[in-house]
Design a protein around this ligand. Structure first.
Ligand SMILES: [Zn+2]
Ligand SMILES: [Zn+2]
Length: 582
């Protein structure tokens, strides 16, 4: 039922794309490119003499509403390919004509057109029965941009207008509200405002440069992760950023993953590549000496930085980058240990995400893709072990058929942020294949060589993306335990400077990240500045506070709090850090 409703909405969105094109043709004699339905709406590409800009969108929207009001019947027309081509030529629809010619070359004999009033264009459909079937209050044109014909920069640049559309006005308004909120929370803006990181053209696209506060935030997250690993029986490893090309040929990455890898570089006639993954290094460490069943499971963890090629067009702040650090680990275990290891992995992942304030997830179990290596029997074993781990952790999940990696099935966990958006985060993958390629083994109880199973897992995913999500989730106001600056102390006048300094020192001695404010600004300006920086605690000290050995407390979320003795405040802050209060 839900699916049917979704399909109907797609038809509405596609019909709106045609109505948009019809309006553009009426107003400016525009020539159509393509115009599909997309997630949450639609777009249409076109070219025209008239320069259409953002300001012109209301006028186009008005014309679209007029077309809806005209209740034009939408008629499907099947034509012979030659008649269709003639029609497109007459209408000077050169882009559509090009597509029709391709269909002719593919030996298609008939093509479909859709007609509504004065507008007709080639289209596969489906469409609504009438333009009047659309709710004129449930759509909106949102933006305008350039788009190369067929996405190829050698082709002419067309104009693209995007719109969003829903069933009801209420749904549209809710969506627009979320988008507006999301814009305010955009982690790229917050990264600037809070002085955490920036991207620099001189350094390269998709490669974030971390400023002091951002680097500290990373360190806090990494320290926490390492502490959890050590408490859960992991050992830490470190492997370099480049490795010989031969290694990636042996691992199969060069065959199956090359499009994401950077070109090799030559060092003393030997080819090297920057690592897209940490796995082969961990395997070499495992293989460095003989292993017995008594050694297993072995859990090797590394906050490993990897580099993967992404087209510049898809790069997006910290959430799509070209170099990032995975909270990566590889677990080597016996086939008997597999299920329990997966249960533990998932449990640790959920615990960590919860301490960052995430409690809602979308979980997917991805099964064997078309392009795969390894035995079918092993794929089945691994898939059922993953199902076991999900059930044991009482998790609801969806099966994503064919979405597994080439070397094994996997669990993906997407966290839901405060706006209900889902972000890919935890991944747990079983791999029967790399152990085979590298001849990984252990001596079993009977003194015979046996192959262990390898689990790849990243719990937070990429530290970069995770920070991006955290910033958007909390709108930049990080929980106390994560805030790079936890406390700012503001002395009212120079007479209170000494007192402020002594409090600062007491806080720092207790491992609380405190700082003194910039005395060159007025008190109200300093308070405002600390609030812009979303610092959890602002302490103001003047005559009264010195007399009472107290501080005046303002909390970012809770607002003005009572005057409190310094000692009591330190206890309170330490407790809130320990309990990871949001
Ligand atoms: Zn169409
Ligand atoms: Zn791996």
């Amino acid at each position: 039922m839900a699916k049917q409703k979704e399909n109907k909405l797609n038809t509405v969105r596609h019909s709106l794309a045609h109505i948009l094109m019809q309006a553009l043709e009426r107003l400016y004699g525009a020539i159509p490119g393509v115009g599909p339905a997309i997630e949450n709406g639609f777009y249409h590409d076109f070219s025209c003499e008239h320069q259409v800009s953002e300001d012109g969108l209301p006028k186009i929207e008005k014309e679209m509403k007029k077309i809806i009001k005209e209740s034009l019947p939408i008629r499907k027309k099947i034509m012979s390919i030659n008649d269709g081509l003639k029609l497109l030529k007459k209408k000077k629809y050169k882009y559509t004509e090009e597509l029709a010619k391709e269909l002719k070359r593919e030996k298609q004999t008939k093509i479909t057109f859709y007609e509504q009033g004065d507008f007709i264009n080639m289209c596969k459909g489906p469409h609504l029965k009438s333009t009047g079937d659309i709710n004129p209050d449930a759509f909106k044109l949102t933006k305008i941009s350039g788009a190369y014909w067929k996405g190829d920069e050698k082709n002419p640049m067309l104009t693209r207008i995007y719109g969003v559309a829903f069933n009801t006005k209420k749904e549209l308004e809710e969506y627009l509200k979320i988008m507006e909120e999301a814009e305010k929370r955009d982690h790229r803006l917050l990264g600037q405002k809070l002085d955490l990181f920036h991207f620099d053209e001189q350094f390269g696209a998709g490669l974030p440069l971390w400023h002091p506060k951002g680097a500290l935030l990373r360190q806090i997250i990494e320290d926490y992760s390492v502490k959890e690993y050590l408490q859960n029986g992991y050992q830490l490893l470190r492997t370099p950023h480049i490795a010989r090309l031969e290694l990636w040929k042996k691992s199969g990455h060069w065959d199956f993953y090359r499009e994401n890898m950077y070109s090799p570089m030559e060092v003393e006639k030997e080819k090297y590549v920057v690592k897209p993954m940490n796995c082969p290094g961990h395997i070499l460490i495992y293989n460095h000496r003989p292993r017995s069943y008594r050694d297993l499971p072995l859990r090797f963890a590394e906050l490993g930085t990897v580099y993967r090629f992404e087209k510049s067009g898809v790069l997006h702040g910290l959430t799509r980058v070209r170099g990032f650090t995975q909270d990566d680990a590889h677990i080597f275990c016996t086939p008997k240990q597999l299920s329990e290891e997966l249960v533990k992995c998932l449990k640790l992942g959920l615990k960590m995400l919860k301490s960052f304030g995430f409690k809602e997830y979308d979980i997917y179990l991805s099964t064997r893709p078309k392009k795969y290596i390894g035995a079918l029997k092993n794929w089945e074993k691994a898939t059922s072990a993953l199902k076991y781990a999900l059930t044991k952790n009482n998790l609801k999940y969806q099966v994503d058929p064919g979405e597994g990696v080439f070397y094994g099935p996997k669990i993906d966990l997407k966290i839901k942020d405060s706006l209900g958006r889902a972000w890919q985060c935890t991944t747990i993958q079983v791999d029967f294949n790399l152990p085979e390629k590298f001849n990984v083994n252990y001596i079993n109880e009977k003194g015979k060589k046996e192959q262990p199973i390898m689990i790849h897992r990243a719990l937070l995913g990429s530290i970069e993306r995770f920070i991006g999500v955290l910033l958007e989730h909390f709108s930049g106001a990080l929980p106390l335990w994560l805030s790079p600056v936890q406390v700012e102390i503001i002395n009212v006048g120079s007479a209170h400077r000494q007192y402020a300094k002594s409090i600062n020192q007491q806080l720092i001695t207790n491992n609380i990240r405190a700082q003194l404010s910039d005395e060159n600004l007025t008190v109200s300006k300093r308070i405002r500045e600390a609030e812009i920086q979303k610092i959890p605690y602002i302490l103001v000290v003047g005559d009264e506070e010195i007399k009472n050995k107290t501080v005046n407390v303002r909390h970012y979320r809770r607002g003005q709090e009572n005057e409190i003795k310094v000692k009591k405040l330190i206890e309170k802050i330490l407790r809130e850090i320990k309990e990871r209060v949001v």
